[in-house]
Structures are given as structure tokens and as C-alpha cells.
Write a protein that binds this ligand. Structure first.
Ligand code: 2BA
Length: 114
């Protein structure tokens, strides 16, 4: 890994997809670190995966994320959410997107192994 065009890909995925995605990344030779995290809205456990790769490898990382993390919708009881609108009926579950992934790509200013 050179210092030239290094990017840090930050992937927030569902817990249920994270191990498969880690396996896919490592299998292609992309280093990855998984951190346990919690979503602010649903308060569910999710996983944050960090992968430092060359800029020309970012598209392949995205392809692996798309292959392993599938979004779906789920109905969540409004009482379990941290807030809900005044007018909402208490018996009406809210439709939310779960699974899938949120991906940030950051420029890496400096990378060292000590
Ligand atoms: P949560 O914050 O627990 O959000 C879970 C899902 O709930 C979100 O899926 C979204 O579909 C829905 N949701 C979130 N806030 C909402 C709101 N105010 N009203 C209605 N629905 C809402 P994703 O968008 O796929 O996000 C999955 C997880 O990724 C989030 O979990 C959070 O941990 C993280 N995330 C998403 N966007 C982020 C961002 N801009 N910065 C940092 N983390 C982010």
C-alpha cells in the first residue's frame, strides 16, 4: 500500500451482512477492520467497517458492498423510536430501510505502520 492515493472507505452495514462483507474484502486482499456500532435512529447494533485502499480500488470495494449488503424495508413500532411526530397514531408502525449500507470515502493524508 503506497501513500499516493490512499482512501479510507467507511462502511456502515447491518450486523447480519457484516461478516460476509468482511470475508469478501479480505478474500480480495483488501484490509478491513470491523467495529461494533449502534444506529442513532433505530438503536440497533450495526457494524462499521474501515478499509484503507488505493483510489483505483474503491470501485471494487463498492461492488463488494453492493453484492453483500441488500437493503429491505421493515415496519418498526413507533414506540421503539427515539422520537415520533405528534400526529402519528401509536398503533401505526413506521416503515424504515434496514440492511443495505452507508459508505463514506475519505482522503487519507498520511498512513504509517509503526
Ligand atoms: P440508524 O440511525 O439506526 O438508522 C437506521 C435506518 O432508519 C436508516 O437506514 C434509515 O432508513 C432510517 N432512518 C434514520 N433516520 C431516520 C429519520 N430521522 N426518519 C426516518 N427514518 C430514519 P440507513 O439510512 O441505511 O442508515 C443505516 C445506519 O447508518 C444508521 O442507523 C446510522 O448508524 C448510519 N448512518 C446513516 N447515515 C449516516 C450519516 N450521514 N452519518 C453517520 N451515520 C449514518
Amino acid at each position: 500500500m503506497s501513500n499516493g492515493q490512499l482512501k479510507l472507505v467507511v462502511i456502515i452495514s447491518a450486523d447480519s451482512d457484516a461478516d460476509r462483507l468482511m470475508k469478501a474484502l479480505i478474500g480480495r486482499g483488501y484490509p478491513a477492520t470491523k467495529i461494533s456500532s449502534t444506529g442513532g435512529f433505530l438503536h440497533r447494533g450495526n457494524a462499521t467497517i474501515l478499509s484503507g485502499v488505493e483510489s483505483n480500488e474503491v470501485d471494487e470495494v463498492f461492488a463488494l458492498v453492493r453484492a453483500e449488503c441488500h437493503a429491505r424495508t421493515e415496519y418498526v413500532p413507533v414506540q421503539t423510536l427515539p422520537f415520533f411526530s405528534e400526529g402519528a397514531s401509536l398503533s401505526e408502525p413506521v416503515e424504515v430501510r434496514v440492511g443495505g449500507a452507508i459508505v463514506f470515502v475519505l482522503n487519507v493524508e498520511r498512513f504509517e505502520k509503526t
